[in-house]
Ligand binder design. Structure first.
Ligand code: ATP
Length: 211
């Protein structure tokens, strides 16, 4: 069974940096990758595009391929949205299918502050997206937890539903949603930083354009 990998983010808007790294991870794992837009909690700065607009952009971005898909479950949830709860829900739906939570190495280093972080390994594998040449210091308690879980061979991970940690060396592009929002607000055209589907319908980028 093909693993199911999850890649979370605000996606305000989704850009080629997200898509290229998700695509590389999908190829390395031979997996379906679901992009999961996050419900931004009230104490954080609100995204410029609302949930419905961010989902519309994701659908426009993911046309004409089936390897990357969208999962909107976190947007439907009210109250705090914990990754652990999301993964438990997916586990209940997916039987023994391998689940892989994709995390950038920075987010991975902060894992010990997450809700029920040690139990994440009961429900999913972790795929750590590392940048070639970038070393991040991991806290001691994280090392202690992952030492026996680390694998290099994708096939070991594919044979189990959860519990392993694999490093996925990907090549991130120097693109951020912040920069794209700035360009659009300044009346510029970030043509080759965004998937072309976002330019097919002028309403999609309207939340960011200067009025
Ligand atoms: P912002 O600039 O608004 O903070 P962002 O571009 O970082 O947004 P997010 O939606 O916050 O995008 O990111 C979702 C996930 O994608 C995060 O794990 C983030 O680290 C990762 N990510 C963002 N940009 C890139 C990129 N250029 N290459 C690889 N991964 C990226």
């Amino acid at each position: 069974m093909k693993p199911l990998a999850l890649f979370g983010g605000t996606f305000d808007p989704v850009h080629l940096g997200h898509l290229s790294v998700a695509w590389e991870a999908a190829e390395l794992l031979d997996a379906e990758v679901r992009l999961m837009p996050a419900n931004v909690p009230p104490h954080r700065p609100a995204p410029m595009a609302n949930a419905e607009q961010r989902v519309a952009m994701l659908h426009a971005a993911l046309q004409r391929q089936s390897r990357l898909t969208v999962d909107t479950r976190e947007l439907r949830r009210t109250g705090p949205s914990y990754t652990y709860d999301t993964l438990c829900e997916l586990r209940a739906e997916q039987g023994d299918r391998p689940l892989v939570l994709l995390l950038g190495v920075d987010a991975f280093a902060g894992l010990p502050s997450w809700h029920r972080w040690r139990e994440l390994f009961d429900v999913a594998h972790l795929g750590v997206l590392s940048r070639p040449g970038v070393e991040v210091e991991l806290p001691h308690q994280l090392w202690a937890e992952i030492d026996a879980r680390r694998v290099d061979d994708v096939n070991v991970l594919r044979a189990l539903p959860a519990g392993k940690v694999i490093e996925l060396a990907v090549t991130p592009l120097e693109i951020s949603a912040t920069r794209i929002r700035e360009l659009l607000a300044a009346g510029r055209d970030p043509r080759y930083l965004l998937p072309c589907g976002l330019f097919d319908n002028s309403a999609l980028l309207a939340p960011y354009r200067a009025r």
